[in-house]
Unconditional design. Structure first.
Length: 592
């Protein structure tokens, strides 16, 4: 019995055919009644059923030809309404021709009935479909979350259509015109959904019992933050955003902490990057890591002739190889000079981007020997081999932790910077690029916070005053390539990471994004070995601006290369590496 009640396409078609026949009969009889003031002479009934069968047959045939019977109720719209009008015009037009061709058969028949019946039939048959859609839509609406759409654009129209089609679990109840260019649309309707001014957001949320919001407007991170705060204060915790997936497709995604923190540089120069990378053979170390993998993807995007991807992690190398199947994959360690030398000899390399490094501060504190060997000796191997094989450009990825370092990781990266600045490079241009945390990287605090929230655990923050710089990985990597393109050699560049963010504020924001304010608290666990309270990017105010406002260049630090080489040898061989690191990096103030 339950299977019989289940809706199917055949049942829908039979339903409409049956009701169209009944409504056609009712409309024709009503037309007779109206024509004769509800007192129909008996002789005019003789051709009634012939007229009914003729007109109804034309209508049914027209509905099938225009595929009106194959439209799902909740999709009935303007196009289907036009088709119903077309079918009526054709059906009654054909009947009129039939009537004048065979008047004797249809006599006696009042011709004014055709006009009255046309109007009634159009009203009843169209009304049936509209009322059914309204009923289905209301039931559908009651089962979904009342949703506020923020933005007036093509994406908004798509969201509404997807909602009505049942593709998403949200029902658009109102639209907010957030941008100035959309203000003329206020108090109008888009797909039958009213558009309100941004100042009315809170009142709309309350009046419409809004449970969710979907952002379609293109907003900067500061605008997103302000909007998030307003929605959160109004009681809307479920916030979605329409994001570009790939180059063409869009998807509906949760508003993330990355969206709120992202600071997109305004001076990214794609043309300069393309000219630098296009048709070049590029070797990338640490190619499977967060930074290395994104740089690999960017080099592919900007037309590198050949990509040679080096990583000592088989899994990381496999992962990036899946995304770049045409790349050459080399499972290797920068600490193993002989195998790296063989690689340089085999390939005619134009650009080297050295992203391989041990970056996790507490782990480097526990494994000083490996941090020194990988971060300093590994970098030295790459630079020396690049010079020996006349590589045109070498890019060393550095970190904000190299500024007045308080940990082993930062100190080793500072020594790498010093070597890159002072080595006799010949025709090889060597540049180091320093920047802060990137959002979503493997060592970032954000994935850790996400895991804690999703597990229902309290968030652990080291200190309430701790701050960090943040930037999106793609933008940071593009700036690295852009910096390399303008570099002349022996330079240290610094990327402008914007304003530092308090980690505790970031944690609070993430808790609000998940709607867990009443469930999850923040616990302060104290600074870990070697951690700074504040990270720095600029050593002094003497840094110079480049033609790009997001890229600065710092004055070089002179370190006699013979002495530096000797000191590095001493560092590698000595058991007390902290003492030697402090000698090489006087500003190194180790925090145990």
């Amino acid at each position: 019995m339950s299977a019989f009640l289940q809706p199917t396409s055949l049942k829908r078609i039979l339903f409409f055919v049956l009701f169209d026949i009944v409504l056609s009969l009712f409309s024709l009889y009503s037309a007779y009644l109206l024509r004769f003031n509800f007192d129909i002479p008996i002789e005019f009934f003789h051709p009634f059923f012939l007229v009914f069968v003729s007109i109804t047959a034309f209508k049914l045939l027209g509905f099938f030809l225009f595929r009106t019977y194959f439209t799902v109720w909740r999709f009935f719209g303007f196009l289907e309404a036009k088709n119903i009008l077309k079918v009526h015009l054709i059906a009654y037009g054909l009947f009129t021709l039939l009537f004048f061709s065979f008047q004797d058969i249809f006599a006696p028949f009042p011709r004014s009935v055709i006009i009255i019946d046309f109007m009634l039939s159009l009203l009843l048959i169209g009304g049936l479909r509209i009322s059914k859609r309204l009923m289905v839509e209301q039931n559908y609406k009651d089962a979904l979350k009342p949703t506020l759409i923020i933005g007036v654009n093509n994406k908004t129209t798509t969201i509404i259509k997807n909602a009505l089609a049942g593709d998403i679990d949200y029902y658009p109840s109102a639209i907010i015109a957030l941008l100035q260019e959309n203000k003329n649309a206020v108090n109008t309707y888009l797909n039958n959904v009213k558009i309100f001014d941004a100042i009315e957001l809170e009142s709309v949320v309350q009046a419409q019992n809004i449970e969710a919001a979907i952002i379609t407007a293109p907003l900067e991170s500061n605008e997103l933050n302000a909007l998030f705060e307003r929605l959160n204060a109004a009681g809307v915790s479920e916030i979605k955003q329409v994001k570009l997936l790939g180059s063409q497709h869009e998807k509906l995604s949760d508003l993330s902490i990355e969206d709120l923190l992202a600071r997109k540089p305004k001076d990214l120069d794609s043309k300069v990057i393309a000219n630098f990378v296009n048709n070049k053979t590029v070797l990338i170390t640490g190619a499977g890591g967060s930074i290395g993998s994104e740089i690999s993807l960017q080099c592919h995007k900007f037309g590198a002739k050949k990509l040679i991807l080096v990583d000592n992690s088989e899994f990381n190398l496999y992962t990036i190889g899946e995304q770049l199947p045409e790349a050459t994959l080399r499972l290797n360690s920068v600490m193993h000079r002989p195998s790296m030398e063989m690689l340089f000899a085999q390939e005619n390399i134009d650009i080297v981007i050295h992203a391989a490094a041990y970056k996790h501060v507490p782990i480097c504190e526990e494994n000083i020997d490996m941090a020194v060997t990988n971060n300093i000796l590994g970098t030295k191997h790459i630079i020396d081999l690049s010079i020996a094989h006349k590589v045109a450009k070498v890019v060393i990825i550095s970190t904000d932790k190299a500024v007045r370092p308080t940990n082993v990781m930062g100190a080793t990266k500072r020594v790498s910077e010093l070597y890159a600045q002072n080595v006799a490079s010949g025709k090889t241009e060597i540049v180091a690029v320093r920047f802060g945390n990137v959002l979503g990287s493997s060592g970032s605090v954000i994935p850790k916070f996400k895991r804690q929230i999703e597990a229902g655990q309290n968030i652990t923050v080291t200190h309430k005053e701790m701050t960090r710089y943040f930037m999106m990985i793609p933008e940071a990597c593009q700036l690295v390539l852009q910096t390399a393109a303008i570099a002349k050699g022996s330079e240290l560049f610094i990327l402008d990471m914007g304003e530092p963010v308090k980690i505790v504020d970031l944690a609070k924001q993430m808790i609000r994004l998940y709607g867990k304010e009443d469930e999850i608290n923040i616990e302060f666990c104290g600074l870990r070995p070697g951690e700074k309270m504040y990270e720095e990017l600029l050593i002094s105010e003497a840094e110079q601006k480049t033609k790009y406002e997001s890229i600065f260049i710092t004055n070089p630090t002179h370190y006699d290369i013979t002495t530096l080489n000797h000191d590095i040898e001493q560092l590698v061989s000595t058991p007390d590496k902290l003492v030697q690191l402090k000698k090489m990096v006087p500003e190194f103030d180790h925090l145990p």
